[in-house]
Design a protein. Structure first.
Length: 160
């Protein structure tokens, strides 16, 4: 596992991504549950940037290209923005892998909050803005909702 703080060196590019995703006009789509969560009160909003071998969003270039342009990979498999809303308690999604095939996960945090990613071995990675976490996609992990900020935003990128 590798954690890279201040991943995007050009702060203007980072702020552009952050401003787009925090704007009141960015389209998020409701999902009534999150990755096998036992707590049925949990939900999230997301925005697919790339899936099924094609761009799915007009925001692909402005949001994703500055990040994936700095990654080493052969194939982009999927990329999406996750938008978690503030919860009264830290709700954990179920432990999971993003996809069954071998892959690498690059998880980019858009904002700082007290939510985090929890790994099966007990490791926790805090949500810190402009931080990228890279890990083997076969490692089970889960998202843990924040209780301090209205939104927790991250960009989940799956590559091989």
């Amino acid at each position: 596992m590798k954690v890279i703080n201040n991943f995007l060196k050009n702060i203007e590019v980072f702020k552009d991504i952050q401003n787009i995703l925090l704007s009141d006009s960015f389209p998020y789509y409701y999902g009534d549950n999150t990755a096998n969560t036992e707590d049925k009160s949990d939900f999230l909003f997301s925005h697919i940037l790339y899936r099924d071998d094609e761009q799915k969003s007009k925001y692909f270039n402005r949001i994703l290209m500055p990040i994936i342009g700095q990654l080493q990979y052969t194939y982009l498999l999927r990329a999406k923005v996750n938008c978690y809303t503030k919860k009264p308690k830290h709700i954990k999604t179920g432990m999971h892998v993003d996809m069954p095939d071998p892959h690498t996960v690059a998880l980019f945090s858009v904002n700082t909050n007290n939510g985090y990613t929890l790994f099966e071995n007990g490791d926790k990675i805090a949500s810190v803005e402009n931080q990228l976490v890279i890990f083997d996609g076969s490692i089970k992990h889960c998202s843990v909702a924040q209780t301090d900020k209205n939104l927790r935003l991250n960009i989940n990128i799956n590559v091989s």
